[in-house]
Design a protein around this ligand. Structure first.
Ligand SMILES: [Cu+2]
Length: 332
């Protein structure tokens, strides 16, 4: 039985972790990793239909007008220049289409922009269940995550610098009262010495297997299935914290804090890039987020608090599967 368990856990650990990154020849979005991204994709798909239908309609109308009212078909043109019915229709119909689009767009905007009130989510979920409204509860949990809400936020401050990111975890405080904070550098800087520098600075030998202009030396690490509240700041010029799979893009502006949130259920490696032109090395300040099960996150946090940055980085080289959560907890 023990061997079976060991083999099973080895299999779980060896399962290739999901990596969200751009692919050659791909034409659509990266798969959605958050509910925010799912909603953005759903909205995009509706818009695509609306745009396609309008394009077809206008094209057909144009062709019809060109044929029906050509000089050959109309030897003597008529001289009127107004038609009230037509003018009302072509004003009102587009306006109604826009109202329809807005009615789908605004809820997404609010969902994404307003940091959720976790106490309210937990309370709403409980009252729905208490009143036996299971269908409504199911619909509610699609957009809100009561279990995660009970656990509160994981806070991360993200500061853009020319040209790397500083991650600060105000919840993770060491004995001296200092919060865990580290700088995350892209391992590619567009220079021939990149590999040499990476290997000598980190002692790692995996340079060639890392995705170009996306991999970093010390990634941002967050637990799966938890509400993440992030703040963006900038030390010098405007940067933008962007992760396509999360549908997250928040400017990092000197002198102010911007706030956002997301929740990722699936452990994996998610890549993004600074999306605000910020200077000569703008292309070389990628974002790498490792979403790991809670137990693996806790172990990483302990190592970070102890100042063992390389041990912490090594502890998240392989992303554990969610099923191995209990396994991890017991080895902690
Ligand atoms: Cu930047």
């Amino acid at each position: 039985m023990r061997h079976l368990l060991a083999a099973l856990s080895a299999m779980l650990f060896a399962a290739p972790a999901l990596a969200a990154l751009p692919e050659d020849g791909a034409i659509n979005f990266q798969p959605a990793a958050t509910r925010i991204a799912e909603r953005v994709h759903e909205f995009h798909n509706v818009l695509l239909w609306i745009i396609a239908l309008i394009t077809v309609l206008v094209t057909v109308l144009l062709i019809w007008v060109m044929v029906r009212y050509s000089r050959a078909a109309n030897k003597t043109p008529r001289k009127f220049s107004h038609n009230t019915t037509v003018e009302v229709i072509w004003t009102v119909v587009p306006a109604l289409i826009l109202v329809g689009i807005a009615s789908l767009s605004f809820p997404n905007l609010f969902y994404q922009n307003v940091t959720p009130n976790l106490g309210e989510i937990a309370a709403t979920s409980k009252s729905l269940l208490a009143n036996g409204k299971t269908a409504q509860h199911l619909a509610y949990t699609k957009n809100y995550f009561p279990d995660a809400a009970e656990k509160g936020f994981v806070n991360v401050k993200i500061q853009g610098n020319q040209w790397n990111w500083t991650y600060t975890y105000p919840d993770l405080v060491d004995e001296t009262g200092a919060a865990v904070e580290f700088v995350s550098n892209g391992i590619h800087k567009g220079r021939p010495t990149d590999k040499e520098n990476y290997e000598s600075l980190t002692g790692r030998t995996d340079f060639d297997t890392q995705p170009t202009n996306l991999a970093v030396d010390y990634p941002m690490v967050i637990p799966a299935g938890r509400y993440i509240r992030y703040y963006t700041a900038a030390a010098d010029v405007i940067h933008s914290f962007t992760i396509p799979a999360f549908a997250v893009k928040t400017d990092a502006v000197p002198g102010r804090l911007n706030e956002g949130w997301f929740l990722v259920e699936e452990p994996g490696i998610y890549y993004g890039q600074c999306s605000e032109l910020c200077g000569i090395d703008h292309a070389y300040m990628p974002i790498e987020v490792r979403v790991v099960p809670q137990a693996q996150y806790d172990r990483w946090a302990e190592l970070m608090k102890a100042g063992d940055f390389d041990g912490a980085a090594a502890s998240i080289t392989t992303i554990a599967a969610l099923e191995s959560e209990t396994q991890l907890a017991s080895t902690n």
